[in-house]
Design a protein around this ligand. Structure first.
Ligand code: CP
Length: 318
């Protein structure tokens, strides 16, 4: 694995999940794999789970992790080629990334979308510029359109909780929120479940909240949440802003928030969310504090997914 920015960087999803579960069973089994190596964790945006789970994963592999919050502490970066830098940007990624490539063996980047310009966000310019200029393996800690470490964790968590000899029914449901959020988690979860191909996958959202077809193709899509929830084994809850008329909130209908009453339609579904979550806006207390919620186990599994990916990327370091 040269980089990890989408499911397309993975040849064998089940193999990577098995590797992550092996690390869960024995976290220090490869504690020398990263000895003498360093990973730079570069944050243009905030994080708790992604940052800490990747640091723990690196430590389990004997690697040093150094965190740099560019958004708070660094020079404002320019990403456009041939930019005339007379505005607010101070340093070009073309100058910064090769230096980071010399300091580190793996470079990990978190860079959210602007939600202002769809073409720019969906070109993934920022993370692609780091790949172009760093010269070392690049790991996405969530980019403008995708969150692959989260999605690998999600597939792993579903596999851990589903032991029946049939395909699980997985529902991705939109939920209300007070802010316009990226489409990354919904896109990425859809991309991974479709690529995995071992589930019946339904996406439900209000009208005009369609995600990009390049990620959802293969899923059934409905605006009827009650219909979607029938017999579901897993319900993945997430808000996203509009994709077509980009980055807007059209609907904040609290009727879309998952409740215990809605859960009765499912097959005792496990409820997932990537976190952070706005309680009683995006998800109810009764669900989050109830027996069906697996959000804590899901977030805990972030370590093993990160450790599996880092151990693959380490094979491409010098
Ligand atoms: N799920 C997730 O990416 O959490 P953080 O934003 O806290 O890293």
């Amino acid at each position: 694995m040269r980089n990890f920015i989408s499911v397309e960087d993975v040849q064998d999803i089940n193999g990577l999940v098995r590797k992550a579960l092996d690390f869960k069973a024995d976290p220090l089994k490869n504690k020398q794999a990263g000895a003498g190596k360093r990973i730079g964790l570069i944050f243009l945006n905030p994080s708790m789970r992604t940052r800490l789970s990747t640091q723990v994963a690196a430590a389990n592999l004997g690697m040093e992790a150094i965190v740099f919050n560019v958004g708070q502490d660094g020079w404002t970066l320019e990403f456009e080629e041939e930019a005339i830098m007379s505005g607010n940007t101070v340093e070009h990624v073309k100058d910064a990334a090769p230096i980071l490539g010399n300091y580190f063996d793996i470079l990990a980047i978190r860079t959210f979308p602007s939600l202002q310009n769809k073409a720019d966000d969906y070109s993934e310019l920022y993370i692609k510029q780091f790949i172009k200029y760093a010269g070392i393996p690049v790991l996405s800690l969530e980019s403008a359109t995708l969150h692959p470490l989260q999605s690998l964790t999600d597939i792993l968590t579903i596999q851990e909780h589903f032991k029946e000899k049939r395909r699980p029914k997985i529902v991705l449901t939109w939920a209300p929120h007070v802010k316009a959020l990226p489409q990354c988690v919904g896109n990425s979860f859809s991309q991974w479940v479709n690529a995995w191909g071992e589930a019946d996958f339904v996406i439900t959202h209000p009208e005009d909240y369609e995600l990009d077809k390049q990620f959802t193709q293969g899923a059934s899509i409905t605006h009827d949440q009650d219909y979607a929830l029938r017999d579901a084994d897993f319900v993945y809850v997430k808000n996203w802003s509009t994709y077509n008329d980009y980055g807007r909130i059209y609907c904040n209908d609290p009727a879309w928030m998952l409740t215990n009453e809605k859960l009765l339609k499912t097959n005792h579904a496990k409820v997932m969310h990537c976190l952070p979550v706005r309680r009683n806006v995006e998800l109810s207390d009764e669900i989050l504090d109830g027996a069906n919620s697996i959000v804590t186990q899901q977030a805990s599994n972030r370590v093993w997914a990160a450790q599996a990916v880092l151990s693959e990327l380490l094979k491409n370091t010098k």
